[in-house]
Design a binder for this molecule. Sequence first.
Ligand code: GAR
Length: 190
Amino acid sequence: MKNIVLFASGGGSNAEQIMRYFSQSKTHKVALVLANNQNAGVLAKAEAYNVPTLVFTKDELNNGFVLRHVQAFNPALIVLAGFLLKFPADIISAYPGRVINIHPALLPNYGGKGMYGMHVHRAVLENKDPESGITIHYVNDNYDEGNIIFQQSVPLDGCLTPEDVALKVLALEHEHFPRVIEELLNEQDN
Ligand code: GAR
């Protein structure tokens, strides 16, 4: 069994899709869900799939506590699924090429500090972009700058509000993220 470890900050609809996708797998499993907020909706979703959880503080993320906890689960892949804090360098260097993130826009546009969730969708609408999309990428020490693994665009016809854009982008995330994770895990064997 290869272990997937998920980090999330909020509702966790992506985390839920990933847990659902791998719940039937004989080769891969979501072994741990970590959240930096005890009210994060993702925690109840993890419990529904019998996945252990850990809630941590920003200090614990940055002082080695979270790294030690993650190491105990021997992850083949660490997945940031709606995780909004800066990811610490010690975990990135402990798992080279094994930490990935999903971003709700077509990077390199609309990335960087402060560009997350609705802020991204609002900026895309304000610029009157005809399309948006998703980017799955490796995580490095700079926000949203790691090598791109997968992108998919979607036309924004009929989108009047940031919430309209979010719905289209989330649907794309749910459709592609679990499959891309599975492909990355399978490629590790080649
Ligand atoms: C997703 O759209 C994800 O791309 C975004 O937060 C949302 C989380 O939704 N992530 C970022 O903005 C990271 N910079 P979810 O909690 O329902 O999966």
